[in-house]
Ligand binder design. Structure first.
Ligand SMILES: *[C@@H]1O[C@H](CO)[C@@H](O)[C@H](O)[C@H]1NC(C)=O
Length: 215
């Protein structure tokens, strides 16, 4: 009986850690010391005696990002590297700019849920659930609308307006991480063998070879 309880407690502990996001802070703040040669989970704290208001400050999100690229998209991510005061606080922010018909292509953040607010424009957005359902949850968003993309799930945002648009995303990690599906698959370094990709995507190898030159 006691051992069964122990097993249950152990399972609960392991499970709660497996679903945890960024760890909770153990002090008021831990401003990132970008010069530290020490590697820890997150970034090393600088001496709090030398911490200033500038450490908690970032400017420039009023400026649109440059969307002159194939996707017509730019992300300006304010993570703990960009804003050292965010270190250990489990949160970050991004400004997402879109040219007309600009696309933030299917991607995932391995460590963060994302909540997206439309400031300007009209967007078609969505995310896909895990296997085996792979259910698409999608929606058209207008100015002022908010949509949440659950942690780890593949999602996208597409500007369906004739004008440029932008939004602000909150992310539940100081370092959400980004895996762009097409790039990770077709532009890994070194490349994944075209035999593997041809079989995985049920494509002719020539198409795979062509796709591998596109990113
Ligand atoms: C910060 O300043 C206080 C007061 O001067 C001092 O006692 C403390 O040792 C300092 N802390 C560090 C980490 O330097």
């Amino acid at each position: 009986m006691a051992s069964r309880f122990l097993l249950l407690a152990l399972f609960a502990l392991v499970f709660s850690q497996a679903i945890a996001s960024d760890p909770s802070p153990l002090q008021d703040f831990c401003v990132a010391d970008k010069n530290s040669p020490v590697f820890v989970n997150g970034l090393v704290c600088k001496n709090p005696n030398f911490t200033t208001p500038e450490d908690f400050f970032f400017e420039g999100l009023d400026q649109p990002g440059n969307t002159m690229n194939k996707l017509g998209f730019n992300a300006n991510l304010v993570n703990a590297m960009a804003l050292p005061g965010l270190n250990t606080l489990g949160i970050s922010l991004a400004r997402l700019d879109f040219a007309p018909y600009g696309l933030n292509p299917p991607h995932t953040h391995p460590r963060a849920t994302e909540v997206f607010t439309v400031v300007e424009g009209t967007f078609y957005v969505g995310f896909v659930t895990s296997n085996p359902d792979n259910k698409l949850f999608s929606k058209v968003l207008n100015k002022g609308d908010v949509f949440v993309f659950p942690e780890g799930l593949i999602h996208f945002q597409f500007n369906i307006g004739k004008t440029s648009g932008f939004g602000i995303s909150g992310l539940s990690s100081q370092n959400p991480g980004l895996i762009t599906i097409a790039n990770a698959v077709f532009k890994s370094n070194p490349p994944i063998s075209d035999d593997i990709l041809a079989k995985a995507f049920q494509l002719d190898k020539k198409i795979v070879d062509w796709l591998q030159t596109q990113f």
